[in-house]
Write a protein that binds this ligand. Structure first.
Ligand code: PMP
Length: 414
C-alpha cells in the first residue's frame, strides 16, 4: 500500500479542515471571508506554510552542487519531494517527474519540443473548452511549422462531443491535448476513454490536469497518457512550482527546452552533452522551497479520505446548482452530467464584473470574466461569466451565503 494513502478510519470533518487554513478566518471589510475562487488558486494549510518557512529557517542551500551538510539536507528534501509526486500520481519512475513553474510552463515545454518534431502534414487536436495555456501554446507550435490545429467541438451543456472527437482523430494526428476538468465550466472529461482513442491512431496525449489534480486521484500509468501536467498552487501548494509528468522513454528523447547548469553532463567550448532525466529538462537553480512545500501539500491532501472529499464537494455543487436553478434571472453556464467544483453563471441583472464587485463588498470572493478561455466564451455566446468554484474546505453555509448575497446584488443592480 502507498505510504501516502490515508490512515484507516480517517474522517472528513470540514470544520477541522478549515482550522488548518489560517486565511479562512480572515475578515473582508468586517465580513467573514467566503472564498469561492478555488479554480484560480487554492488556499494553503498551515503545514504547507510551515514547510516553506522551515526550509528557509533550517536548511536553505543550493541543491546537487554543495559539498556541505546544508546542501545535502536541501538536496535530500528536494529530491524526496520528487519521490512524493511520483508516488502520488503513480509514475513508473521518479525520473518522469520534471519540476516546472506550473501548468503553463509544463505545456510550453512539451509544445516547444513538439514544434521541432511536427511537419506541415501533421495535426494537433484540442477541444473547444481549453484554457489559453492549452490552446495558444499548440496554436503557436502549429503555426511555426504550418501544421493544422484541429478543435473538437463541445455540446451546449459544455460536454465534449465524443462522436466528433473520434471522427477528428486520424493518422495525421500527432498530439491530442485536453483538460482533465474545465476551469470555466467544471466539466469532467472522460480522460481514459479520450486517451485510448488517441492512442488508437498513435497520437501522443497531453492531459491538462490543472483542475483535475485537486479533485480526485490520478494514476498516470492506468491512464496510459504521455504527459500529465499540473500546478502546485491549485493543489494547496505554493505558487511558482508545478509538474510536467512525461513517459520516461519519450522525455529522454524530447528536445530540451532550456540550456544551462544542471541539464548537462559534459561541456566544452564547442559542445555539450545533455544530462540524464529528470535533470536534462531542468536547467538552473530550481524552486527548491516550492518543491518541498508542494510535497507537504500532497502528503496533506493524500492523507484525506478522497472519497469523502468527493462526496462533500458533490454536495456543495449540488446545493449550489439547486439554488441557482431556482434563482430568477440567473442562467448556469456549463451543465455537464459529470461536473465538479465549478458553478459558472450569468445574470440578467448585470454584467459579471458588477456581480463580482458587489459580492466582494459582502466578503465573497469569486472570479469573473472569460477565465482564460476567450474562444470558449465566444462559442457559448457569453461575454464572460461569474464563477464560484468550490474546494474541500467550503461549506454548505457558504453556498447559502453566496445566494443570499446574490439576492442583494440583484436588488442593487435593479
Ligand atoms: N489549464 C487550466 C484548466 C487551468 O485552470 C489553469 C489555471 N487557471 C491553467 C491551465 C494554467 O495554470 P497556471 O496558471 O498555474 O500555469
Amino acid at each position: 500500500m502507498s505510504s501516502l494513502a490515508k490512515q484507516a478510519g480517517a474522517v472528513f470533518d470540514v470544520g477541522a479542515i478549515r482550522q488548518q487554513f489560517p486565511i479562512l478566518s480572515r475578515q473582508i471589510d468586517g465580513k467573514p471571508l467566503v472564498y469561492l475562487d478555488n479554480a484560480a488558486t487554492t488556499q494553503k494549510p498551515q503545514c504547507v506554510i510551515d514547510a516553506l518557512v522551515d526550509y528557509y529557517a533550517t536548511c536553505n542551500a543550493n541543491v546537487h552542487r554543495g559539498a556541505h551538510q546544508l546542501a545535502d539536507e536541501a538536496t535530500r528534501r528536494y529530491e524526496g519531494a520528487r519521490d512524493t509526486v511520483a508516488e502520488f500520481i503513480n509514475a513508473n519512475s521518479r525520473n518522469e517527474v520534471i519540476w516546472t513553474s506550473g501548468t503553463t510552463e509544463s505545456i510550453n515545454i512539451v509544445a516547444k519540443g513538439l514544434a521541432q518534431l511536427l511537419s506541415s502534414d501533421d495535426e494537433v487536436l484540442v477541444t473547444e473548452m481549453e484554457h489559453h495555456a492549452n490552446l495558444v501554446t499548440w496554436q503557436q507550435a502549429c503555426k511555426q511549422v504550418g501544421a493544422k490545429l484541429v478543435v473538437a467541438p463541445i455540446k451546449e451543456t459544455g460536454e465534449l462531443d465524443l462522436e466528433q472527437f473520434s471522427a477528428l482523430l486520424n493518422s495525421r494526428t500527432k498530439l491530442v491535448a485536453f483538460p482533465h476538468i474545465s476551469n470555466a465550466l467544471g466539466t469532467v472529461n472522460p480522460i481514459a476513454e479520450l486517451t485510448a482513442q488517441a492512442k488508437a491512431v498513435d497520437a501522443w496525449v497531453l492531459i491538462d490536469g490543472a483542475q483535475g489534480i485537486a479533485h480526485g486521484s490520478v494514476d498516470v500509468q492506468a491512464l496510459a497518457c504521455d504527459f500529465y501536467v499540473f500546478s502546485g498552487h491549485k493543489l494547496f501548494g505554493p505558487t511558482g512550482i508545478g509538474v510536467l509528468w512525461g513517459r520516461q522513454d519519450l522525455l529522454a528523447e524530447w528536445p530540451v527546452w532550456q540550456t544551462g547548469g544542471e541539464m548537462i553532463s559534459e561541456v566544452t567550448y564547442q559542445d555539450a552533452v545533455w544530462n540524464v532525466l529528470p535533470y536534462r529538462m531542468e536547467a538552473g537553480t530550481p524552486d527548491i522551497s516550492g518543491a518541498i512545500a508542494l510535497a507537504a501539500a500532497i502528503r496533506w491532501f493524500a492523507g484525506l479520505d478522497i472519497q469523502a472529499v468527493q462526496v462533500h464537494e458533490a454536495a456543495l455543487l449540488e446545493a449550489a446548482t439547486r439554488q441557482a436553478e431556482a434563482f430568477d434571472g440567473l442562467t448556469i453556464v456549463g451543465t455537464a452530467a459529470d461536473k465538479v467544483g465549478v458553478l459558472s453563471f450569468v445574470m440578467d441583472a448585470g454584467h459579471p464584473a458588477d456581480i463580482g464587485f458587489l459580492l466582494d463588498r459582502q466578503g465573497i470572493a469569486i472570479r469573473t470574466g472569460h477565465h482564460c478561455a476567450e474562444p470558449l466564451m465566444d462559442r457559448l455566446g457569453v461575454p464572460g461569466t461569474a464563477r464560484a468554484s468550490f474546494s474541500l474546505y467550503n461549506t454548505l453555509e457558504e453556498v447559502d451565503a453566496l445566494f443570499a448575497a446574490l439576492s442583494k446584488v440583484k436588488t442593487m443592480l435593479a
